[in-house]
Ligand binder design. Sequence first.
Ligand code: ZN
Length: 271
Amino acid sequence: MQYQYITYEQLGPVTRICHNRPEKSNSQNLGLLKELDHAVTRAGADKDVRVVIIGGKGKHFSAGHDLQENAGGSDSADQDMSPESWEAYETEYYMDYCMRIYDLPKPTIAQVQGACVAGAFMVANMCDLLVASEDAFFADPVVHMVATTGAEVMIAPWVLGFRKAKEMLFTGERISARDGLMAGMVNRVVPREKLEEETLAMANRIAKAPPFAIKMTKKSLNRGLDMMGFRAFLQAHHHTHLLAHQSAETKRLFATLNPENVVQTAKDKQK
Ligand code: ZN
């Protein structure tokens, strides 16, 4: 597959996959999501790849789903989908794509600068570890924007704790890299100019470990989360999310939505 919306770099034992639509704040159109899924699957199958970094080229990690270009899809203003099509669309492109990142049998690191909003928040937080630059901010403003229950994959309470997740979702406000660090969502905060270097150094450190031991360690830790109800919770939330999409509130807000406004909205709501 020739990639148009992402980059795929092999850096020794580390694969770095980046959102690459900087002129659109790296917003995720359907083409980008399909390429990202392809790249993640490819890195997972490549026996020479030990660690996968997911990042974004330019100023932002990503503003989340492209509400303008995913025309006909569930997150576009001009959609007219049946609930059946809606369920199929969001299950495949949002839920299943995210779970493939989570289930990758190799360590993954999100490398985050600038905006990491909604659909991008879920992609970044599917990764095992997260390195953020000082300018990074995290937000899920879609309760306020389009009256759904936050993004499709409700990863927030698992990475932030329920208290902080409720604050983020109820207020629509952004969380800084430092707040993310304090909550345990962010592993390290580094200066913007050091982000790529520090993330790659962490990846190379992990790449030195015996790969089967790392694979089994990840399996064991993820199984622990499953025992706490992680996967069942995400699936239940996804259906609640699909229900909320059918509300009159959602339809009214989608009709007035300015799709270019997502990053700005998250910024406006900051404290
Ligand atoms: Zn949705």
